[in-house]
Write a protein that binds this ligand. Sequence first.
Ligand code: 13P
Length: 339
Amino acid sequence: MNLQALIETAHAMVAAGKGLLAMDESNGTCNLRFAAVGIPETLEMRRDWRALLLTAPGLRECISGVILYDETIRQAGSDGTPFLQVARDAGLLVGIKVDTGARDLAGRPQEKVTEGLDGLRERLKDYAAMGARFAKWRSVIVMDGSHLPTVACTSANAHALARYAALCQEAGLVPIVESDVLMAGTHTLARCQDVTGAALRQVFEQLVRQGVVLEAMVLKPNMVIEGLDCMARSTAQEVAHATLQCLLRAVPAAVPGVLFLSGGQSGELASSRLNAMHQGQARPWSLSFSFARALQQPALAIWAGDSANRLAAQAALMHRARCNSAAMRGAYDDAMETL
Ligand code: 13P
């Protein structure tokens, strides 16, 4: 492992004004997104969509890197240029999703544990040889009433994340450690803060135990938000305050960056909440975004699988990327949405 190179990559991923474009949906998830807007669920359509994203003019101004899925990292666009080359030419770091998905936890079918450790060392070696610079593994935490998540779930996921992260660093890849407390449910903002904080503390305990170098990783957490079915709705400022307080209590200052997932928030809400986090309290890490839906969704609806809509879809993607880049300076404003 060249530790200095890993640290430099981690810092490049969270460079000022830049975040990651998560475009690593598994084929199943990508097909679900396509089906929702009437796009045929084919390999060619997934290829054309990923090509559209990677070639959006000016992407590198707001996006430091892209997270790809196994199908995409091995794929070429319709003109035959490998996507790895397309990403490099666009000035983007390439990352790869390496978990194999969240499955039911044994004996606890309401809860999930993420799988993919078997054979991971070999797969990471292959991805690093292809030119990937970082990797992603997502754990999923379901909240329900006061009894979920169980410690069985959070500890199993934290342990897997730490083993994944240690293997990544051994292979010369920066691990994105993603802990996703889902928004589904009736839970309050305060309960989301408790659960998110408890999950993150377990993750860092395991990361340290497995010898992961904190300076050479990045964290990808959920924002602290009340459940989708909670009646009391928080302002962007309240979400920002609860999220920062949670992270300051749980995330060591040695970590270079925290990049949020969007988790199903609209693009506008995700930008305004990220913006609010950059308007007040100082924090020791760079605070950025690694959104999939909150960057892609408006563009996907415009594209709708029709090449005639390609430029308009790329413009919509760039709009969201610029909004989030502005949010990292605390300079995002609702008025940006009506320009
Ligand atoms: P969302 O931003 O749509 O939550 O996706 C982020 C991600 O990478 C999920 O693993």
